[in-house]
Design a protein around this ligand. Structure first.
Ligand code: PLP
Length: 431
């Protein structure tokens, strides 16, 4: 059976498949670059696991207080060594990325301190954490103020505005690596390094935290290699490798991470408590697979950008730009196209393939959000998924894929749904 036939059996028109193959033929060099980064990162993780003598005891379940949890402690050393930090907090008790970020912020900011975002508005869910949108228990409620320096129109850092925004009160600078639900560019680790160096020149004792969500293992270096005091992320994104069932991490200086541990459990208890509840095998193995899984997701993102750009849709990043995270935004220009795209991603999922995604008012977001995800781990966005708020410019944010082949199938299926509904210029498929 030909490849087009196996895809036809899944419901993808040979015209769509052949278009995909032509796009793919132009991407070999890009894919080689992605593989090279994955190889480097795989070696980094392996070295950390060897150095810390990971063994079968590390996979034992603990319950209750979780005192003397060797596996948990070793996993945290593996993260710290991979990210080249002094310490790391990696826990199933950190419920998601927002929780990890809220923890890192609330642990390291005290009343009277000011938080600065030098990269414009933070991720939607952080608005309530910070108190930009009022919420009980926000940082604002506890007397932590917030300032923001917006990016310049071309997406670069506004250094004059940042310098002006750093005051005696500025305690912590938060830098979001990935674009999130906006169409600004994501930042390279080198750019983040320059920004951190600038902030520390203006105020040497300021702490720099990087929201590393979706960025892990995309490049051979991480923000912690270029001066970040803390990097923070979710285990149902890149570093969980698709296997970690839940959790978050904070890696950074011993001083910052210790405060996070005190905030997560209790002052005085810190990292000494926290039962692993049997999650460690998946957390170790997921981290081991994460560089390869991330590479598959990156290939999917590059493929999607090249495919949709040829059909006339604006893609961020565009077809040829270097990648700094696994997210691909495709501006589809209408709610109908967003729904068709998401329906295709859903239809290509190994789990819940028969489900129709519908928009809903998700907690933490100010517009309705449509989400497609047929994932083994609920809500996992290192697994193939697409989502986006139903608002201008009607962009879907596409990410993940535990394997490149699955990402490819999902993207072809998304195009199939647009094609079937007459939502694309079909003649372009044969060009
Ligand atoms: C996903 C994400 C978050 C929040 O993570 P959740 O796990 O959804 O709470 C924060 N920042 C960025 C850039 C993200 O991509």
């Amino acid at each position: 059976m030909e490849t087009t036939e196996i895809y036809a059996a899944l419901g993808i028109d040979p015209r769509v498949t052949r278009f995909g193959e032509r796009v793919l033929a132009s991407l070999r060099e890009r894919f080689d670059g992605i593989d090279a980064a994955a190889e480097y990162n795989q070696a980094k993780v392996l070295e950390a696991m060897r150095k810390n003598r990971v063994n079968a005891q590390c996979f034992a379940q603990t319950t209750g207080y979780g005192y003397n949890d060797t596996g948990r402690d070793v996993l945290e050393r593996v993260y710290a060594d991979t990210f080249r930090t002094e310490a790391a907090l990696v826990r199933p008790q950190i419920t998601c990325g927002t929780h990890a970020l809220a923890l890192a912020l609330s642990a390291n900011l005290r009343p009277g301190d000011e938080l600065l975002s030098p990269v414009g508005a933070p991720y939607d869910t952080l608005e309530e954490v910070i108190g930009i949108r009022p919420s009980p228990c926000s940082l604002a409620e506890y007397g932590v103020t917030y300032r923001q320096a917006d990016l310049l129109p071309d997406g670069s850092f506004d250094y004059d505005a940042i310098r002006a925004a750093i005051t005696d009160k500025t305690r912590l600078v938060t830098i979001q690596r990935s674009k999130g639900y906006t169409t600004r560019p994501s930042f390279s680790v080198a750019q983040i390094g320059e920004l951190i160096a600038f902030c520390k020149r203006v105020k040497p004792d300021v702490l720099c935290m990087v929201d590393n969500c979706y960025g892990e293992f995309v490049e051979p270096v991480e923000p912690s290699d270029v001066g970040a005091d803390m990097i923070v992320g979710s285990l149902i994104k890149n570093p969980g490798g698709g296997l970690a069932p839940t959790g978050g991490y904070i890696a950074g200086t011993a001083a910052c991470v210790e405060r996070c541990a005190y905030r997560l459990s209790a002052p005085g208890l810190g990292q000494e408590v926290g039962a692993n509840l049997g999650q460690l095998p998946a957390m170790f193995q997921g981290f081991f697979l994460a560089p390869t899984v991330t590479a598959g997701a990156l290939k999917g993102a590059v493929f999607a950008a090249n495919l949709y750009e040829r059909l006339g849709f604006r893609c961020v990043p565009d077809a040829s730009e270097p990648r700094h995270d696994i997210i691909q935004a495709v501006e589809l220009g209408s709610p109908e196209r967003m729904l068709a795209f998401c329906l295709g991603i859903q239809a290509a999922a190994p789990v819940d393939s028969y489900v129709t995604p519908v928009p809903w008012a998700m907690p933490g977001y100010d517009a309705e959000v449509v989400m497609a995800a047929g994932a083994f781990v609920q809500g996992s966005s290192i697994e193939l998924s697409a989502d986006g708020p139903i608002r201008e410019p009607y962009a879907v944010y596409f990410q993940g894929g535990l394997t490149w082949y699955h990402a490819k199938t999902g993207i072809l299926m998304s195009l199939q749904k647009l094609y079937e509904r007459g939502l694309i210029d079909a003649a372009a498929l044969d060009e």
